[in-house]
Design a protein around this ligand. Structure first.
Ligand code: UT7
Length: 388
């Protein structure tokens, strides 16, 4: 048993969470408990192409030192043109199903979180279902950006507790290179396919978005959950999620939506309004306060303290955000895991990608108590607590 896990007299994990009790109902005089969503497999997919900070300095007015100091990022992965979020998501899902030893025929619900779907519509859920060869099933897309996977976990919890689903596939996938405003000449220069230096005007255009572009990468992660009937305290325990449009404009894409008619024009692209707007400092301040706050909240809601927590997986937007949050929570390094250094911010994919690697590093054995927390555009933020 890992530190923080509590066992009862019969050796089961002791369920102390208040919200857990909400889900134990009395029907016809006999006590019935609802199943919990047990994590049975994880998988990831990252494209093979590694783009380091020095490569970015070929096309943007930036440098390795600035990027490392301000964000902790050393490299990120980019897809080749033609590779979409649904394709990365499908690969991650395949890996997660194999890890779980779950057949595609067992999956009865699919939830996909992405802010970069293959098309304006439909979302990526049915595309993943089709590429995986799953029979028709409910395939839901959610778009809560960086908090998308946490919202997805709450959805999985509700679907399984309610009995609507028994085996749920949750996928987070994003292809950020699709929203990067780079010309062909820029891509050629980035990859060293052209020996010509980049035209000054193009270099200046790329650099306009430098605070943003250096942070993001492409990737996907997936988790498989199964209904778990044993009263051993394992599974998703509960979640605390928030959404508030008050700060929408500190992180959003102004062009390319139904507020505009037509929804996108050549002028919008030329003006750069189809590129996300990000007021980095404002997002930073909110992330370092709200992620620790909601993590404390989810632990307290379940009758735990930070001492009980074995592992905290935070959204990977900036290593400095996560270091500040870790410090506020007083958690030692071995009880957090970060991999933004290798992948940058992959939005919906950060939580599963980071958890998968933490698990591989032996940080999340069976019985450990793990909190997942994220904040992103919307704003949306929250935490989910899980007993592995
Ligand atoms: O998933 C949620 C999404 N986003 C986030 O969580 C982002 C949160 N915020 C951040 O991570 C940080 O605010 C950034 C990394 C985006 C920026 O760091 P910062 O320390 O807040 O820098 P800043 O934007 O205040 O810019 C400082 C300086 C500016 O130059 P001057 O005005 O001081 O001369 C920028 O122009 O750094 C300059 N700068 C850069 N220099 C080199 C901005 N981006 C770059 C760059 N390379 N890539």
């Amino acid at each position: 048993m890992t530190r923080g896990a509590r066992r009862g007299a019969r050796g089961e994990f002791f369920v102390t969470e208040k919200s857990g009790e909400l889900f134990h109902g009395h029907f016809g005089g006999s006590r019935m408990s609802q199943p919990r969503a047990l994590l049975v497999g994880t998988g990831i997919s990252v494209p093979p192409l590694v783009v380091d900070n020095t490569m970015l300095a070929r096309i943007i007015d930036t440098n390795d030192e600035w990027i490392r100091t301000r964000s902790g990022i050393v490299s990120r992965r980019y897809v080749e043109p033609g590779v979409s979020s649904s394709q990365l998501g499908t690969e991650a899902a395949r890996a997660a199903l194999a890890d779980a030893g779950v057949e595609t025929s067992e999956v009865d619900y699919l939830v996909c979180a992405t802010m970069t779907p293959d098309y304006y519509f439909p979302g990526a859920g049915t595309l993943i279902q089709q590429q995986l060869g799953l029979s028709p099933l409910p395939a839901l897309d959610i778009r809560q950006q960086c908090a998308g996977f946490a919202y997805g976990m709450q959805m999985v919890d509700a679907l399984i507790r309610s009995g609507i689903a028994k085996t749920v596939l949750l996928v987070g996938a994003d292809v950020h290179t699709s929203v990067m405003p780079f010309s062909e000449a820029t891509w050629d220069c980035l990859y060293g396919r052209s020996s010509e230096p980049l035209d000054e005007e193009i270099f200046a255009w790329n650099s306009r978005f430098r605070h943003l572009l250096v942070l993001f990468g492409d990737g996907a992660g997936a988790m498989v959950f199964k209904a778990h009937d044993k009263d051993d305290g394992r599974g998703i325990l509960s979640s605390a999620l928030y959404g508030d449009g008050e700060n929408c404009e500190i992180l959003y894409v102004p062009g390319g939506g139904s507020l505009n008619r037509p929804w996108v024009t050549a002028e919008m692209i030329a003006e750069g309004v189809t590129v996300p707007v990000m007021k980095g400092r404002s997002v930073f301040k909110l992330a370092v306060t709200r992620m620790p706050q909601v993590t404390r909240e989810i632990l307290a809601n379940n009758g735990y303290t930070l001492d009980d927590l074995d592992l905290l997986i935070m959204h990977q937007a900036n290593l400095r955000i996560n270091e500040a949050a870790q410090k506020q929570l007083g958690l030692p390094a071995e009880r957090v895991h970060n991999n933004i250094q290798k992948y940058g911010n992959t939005t919906s994919a950060t939580l599963p990608l980071c958890f998968h690697e933490a698990k591989q590093a032996g940080k999340a054995p069976e019985g450990s108590l793990v909190a997942f927390t994220a904040l992103g555009a919307g704003l949306h933020w929250g935490s989910v607590l899980m007993r592995i």
